[in-house]
Write a protein that binds this ligand. Sequence first.
Ligand code: GUE
Ligand code: MG
Length: 291
Amino acid sequence: MPARKIEGIRLAKVIKAEIALEVARRVADGKHPPGLAAVLVGENPASQVYVRNKRKACEEAGLNSWLHHLPADTTQEELLKLVHTLNQDPKVNGILVQLPLPKHIDEETILRAVTPLKDVDSFHPENVGLLMTGHPRFMPCTPFGVLQMLKRSDIETAGKRVVILGRSNIVGKPLALMMMQKPSDANPHAGDATVTVAHRGTKHLKEICQQAEILIAAIGVPNFVTAQMVQPGAVVIDVGINSVNGKLCGDVDPEVGEVAAALSPVPGGVGPMTIAMLLQNTLKAATIHQT
Ligand SMILES: Nc1nc(=O)c2c([nH]1)NC[C@@H]1CN(c3ccc(C(=O)N[C@@H](CCC(=O)O)C(=O)O)cc3)C=[N+]21
Ligand SMILES: [Mg+2]
């Protein structure tokens, strides 16, 4: 029986509608709409697509959004100056500096310059630390999207054996934290799972993947996960966004659909969920700022 398709794009629509309702309620109370400032440096075509999708989603949910598109030769000082301006702007609740940045700019320096209270990506070390200790301020958007995708598909994570392929700061590492943590009032979305993090250097990778009840691929290699790596009946989440001959493809080979119980597609899976959670975080930021 082919795998059930976990339609992130449909779940994201539901979440965006919930956010739109809450935004309308706040506006009716005389508050400003939450505002997201996106900063894009240079002409990376994929980044331009993501930023466009983010702005469209903001518009649909009634949030304000601004795009600051700077030329590829922008200096680090100029970018820092813009970040400082956005930090001070009361209409801006969330700041997103699209990665990757051009080589001559130090990403770590820029991510630390975003005030943690507007850091809707949750990339600032203060927010990473809060997440690590189980008191998240903002949950990073892609891992949060993965957890919501499972929850809203009635897929239990508690007590399950979860294998995460990939150890990036944006996906693998924070997802591992959120998946393994015990839920609490401060951390209601925690997964309560048993987590293994594997990567390209892992020995016996196939055997480890076969142990997974939930397998999450965020390794950045097209079609890396094949059917023989997947336990029959497992749930597989594909976080991969790869471009192959101009076509978008994930980290999971489509043949996995023949053995998995459920599989998230690319496109239409984790990507739209990431954007929905970005709006959720921007709304949360507005709540924190009381604007
Ligand atoms: N500061 C920062 N925050 C990010 O959250 C961030 C980033 N930098 N840099 C790049 C990655 C990637 N990312 C995606 C968001 C949406 C889709 C998305 O909407 N994908 C659609 C299709 C898009 C298409 O047509 O190419 C889908 O999967 O259905 C994909 C990828 C956010 N990222
Ligand atoms: Mg990785």
